[in-house]
Write a protein that binds this ligand. Structure first.
Ligand SMILES: CC(C)(COP(=O)(O)OP(=O)(O)OC[C@H]1O[C@@H](n2cnc3c(N)ncnc32)[C@H](O)[C@@H]1OP(=O)(O)O)[C@@H](O)C(=O)NCCC(=O)NCCS
Length: 157
């Protein structure tokens, strides 16, 4: 496995990975109507291209296949963070977040912050994030339980 910056050619794989992970992994913790709102379709490449202009995006790659991706915003916000449904619990998420931490520290971010799904909360605890608050997000008239979590970054050097 290697972690690298996203390339344009990765986008179709990312679009499908996001859809499938939401429908097969997050669907254990959220109801069918919530899942439909979260990922109603495989979003077109243009959707991801627009998002990726605002983020630093890292992907995990294995034998040419994208197995996970993460978006890191300028202030240390973690946005999309998904591992392929068939590659869960193989430390890909951990490797992606390790690299995110390094990059965030390197550019002077003091903390990482994320609105974390029920599904991912144990993972984020495990890698040292603390709960800031629990919240309900409303999207298209449906409620979604989330946990705002953060990790302070120690300065290096
Ligand atoms: C959250 C997610 C990205 C983690 O990716 P992953 O590659 O499966 O995670 P890892 O294998 O690197 O897990 C790292 C550690 O967290 C722990 N962990 C991961 N998921 C866990 C869970 N659901 N419950 C308990 N521990 C968990 C693992 O035990 C592992 O510890 P270990 O390496 O000592 O065994 C992945 O589960 C995912 O895609 N979830 C669905 C999408 C989602 O909700 N994304 C987050 C939006 S905020």
């Amino acid at each position: 496995m290697r972690i690298r910056r996203v390339r344009r050619a990765d986008i179709p794989q990312i679009a499908r990975l996001y859809y499938e992970t939401v429908h097969r992994v997050n669907a254990r913790d959220y109801g069918p109507e919530q899942i439909e709102i979260w990922a109603p379709q495989v979003y077109p490449d243009a959707f991801w291209q627009r998002r990726f202009r605002r983020h630093r995006v890292l992907v995990a790659e294995d034998d040419g296949a994208v197995t996970g991706f993460v978006e890191l915003g300028r202030k240390g916000e973690i946005d999309c963070f998904y591992v392929h449904y068939a590659h869960q619990h193989r430390r890909i998420g951990g490797a992606l977040m390790g690299r995110v931490e390094r990059e965030a520290r390197g550019r002077g971010n003091r903390r990482l912050r994320a609105d974390v799904s029920i599904t991912a909360e144990p993972f984020f605890r495990r890698i040292g994030f603390r709960i800031v608050r629990r919240q309900i997000k409303i999207c298209r008239n449906r409620t979604f339980k989330q946990t705002v979590m953060e990790k302070r970054l120690r300065r290096t050097g």
